[in-house]
Design a protein around this ligand. Structure first.
Ligand code: PMP
Length: 403
């Protein structure tokens, strides 16, 4: 399947250091298939106008494209209906939206927010800010040395004051897939709301928000082969209906006088101002692309690359994998006796793009006693040759730094 999929990404048609770039950083952001670029061009070239405003046909067409994208996202996540889908800039904005709306509404002094030790800063800092504003306390579920969530620690930390649990579906730095079903069930037993950070999950796993029964699910378009600047907040209809607006402005109102403004129903209530119209349309094209491949094929490909990549990396002297969960996606984080930044620089010279750093997960790095790791993250356009290039590059780095 793979060559054919890779050919759909124009990015790989340009040579890099004399060969195709082994792009191993899709967890940071994925390259875009031609169908996404075509959708953006079609929207801007033929169907472009502002939405929800004009009575003329062109604006109606742009509105239909935008609202059609909302339906595509709703289907993709298994939402009950498309009004449960709010378009935002990305996962970061979605979590900030929640902290500033339902967070402020529901939390008071002494209440608790429970996260995990493997969160991205986007799922830590907004909750810390909310704690500062409300006097609530942030609690953190422990993980084991493989990078798996400790369900006993989780159950013990869920208490009568836990109002919100927010956890990543898949760890960006380790690849760990969390046992969300059990976590959500336990949280709901305690009447806590459950927010899922799905930024790293949606490119790898089928998601059904109704089956999960999460209250909110967030993700970014750009990691799912879509454009930057567009992301999604899914929320259960009854919760969205009670939430105050996040930002004020055009499009989010029912009526405005100088004395008083009443707000529109969701999703419009949470989408003040002109949205990223093309972004939403591009995201829908990306979702169609992913669904066209199918998650059975995606997961089989993921498992094959994960097994092959793990084997190749373990052949490298003095390399330690960080994150060896039994349930994980194709993310390979590791440390060696060469600094991650030096390693990434040598790899880059050989046409291998990996991420080196703390991966916006500094508390997690601290948990593993490292300042940084090197991370190779794989997705539908990667192949075994990319992993061979990585292994060759790592051996070359050894020759340079430890001759
Ligand atoms: N959560 C996770 C798990 C992530 O990996 C990322 C992106 N690295 C984010 C949230 C934030 O996504 P964005 O920067 O697109 O808002």
């Amino acid at each position: 399947m793979n060559d054919e999929i890779r050919r759909q990404f124009p990015f790989f048609q340009q040579p890099n250091h004399g060969r195709e770039l082994a792009y191993l950083d899709s967890a940071a952001s994925a390259q875009k298939p031609q169908v996404v670029l075509d959708a953006l061009e079609r929207l801007y070239a033929r169907d472009y106008a502002n939405i929800h405003r004009g009575v003329y046909e062109l604006s109606a067409r742009a509105t239909r494209a935008h609202e059609g994208a909302r339906k595509t996202v709703a289907r993709f996540l298994g939402a009950r209906n498309s009004s449960e889908i709010i378009f935002v800039r990305g996962a970061t904005e979605a979590i900030n939206l929640l902290a500033n709306t339902i967070g402020r509404q529901r939390l008071g002094y002494g209440d608790e927010i429970l996260i995990t030790h493997m969160e991205h800063h986007a799922n830590i800092v907004p909750w810390q800010m909310l704690c500062e504003q409300t006097g609530a306390t942030l609690r953190v579920t422990e993980i084991n040395d493989q990078g798996e969530l400790d369900l006993d620690s989780y159950a013990a930390l869920l208490g009568p004051r836990t109002r919100i649990v927010s956890a990543t579906h898949v760890s960006n730095a380790l690849g760990t897939i969390n046992p969300l079903g059990e976590m959500i069930r336990l949280a709901h037993e305690r009447d806590a709301l459950f927010v899922v950070d799905g930024a790293q999950a949606v490119p790898h796993l089928p998601v059904d928000v109704r089956e999960l029964d999460c209250d909110f699910y967030v993700f970014s378009g750009h990691k799912l082969y879509g454009p930057t600047g567009i992301g999604v907040l899914y929320g259960k209809q009854e919760l969205l209906a009670e939430m105050p607006p996040y930002q004020g402005g055009g499009d989010m109102i029912a009526s405005v006088t100088f004395a008083q403004t009443t707000y529109a129903e969701p999703p419009a209530r949470f989408e003040a101002g002109t949205p990223d119209i093309a972004g939403a349309v591009g995201l829908a094209a990306a979702i169609d692309f992913v669904e066209g491949i199918g998650f059975d094929a995606i997961q089989a490909h993921d498992a094959e690359l994960l097994a092959y990549g793990t084997k190749r990396l373990l052949e490298i002297p003095n390399l330690r994998l960080v994150g060896t969960a039994r349930e994980k996606v194709a993310v390979l984080s590791f440390v060696t006796d060469i600094h991650p930044h030096d390693l990434a620089t040598v790899l880059d010279k050989q046409g291998v793009a990996v991420r080196a750093g703390h991966h916006c997960a500094q508390p997690l790095m601290e948990r593993f006693g490292v300042a940084a790791t090197t991370r190779a993250s794989l997705c539908v356009f990667n192949n075994k040759a990319d992993l061979d290039a990585l292994a060759d590059g790592l051996l070359e780095a050894r020759r340079i730094f430890h001759p």
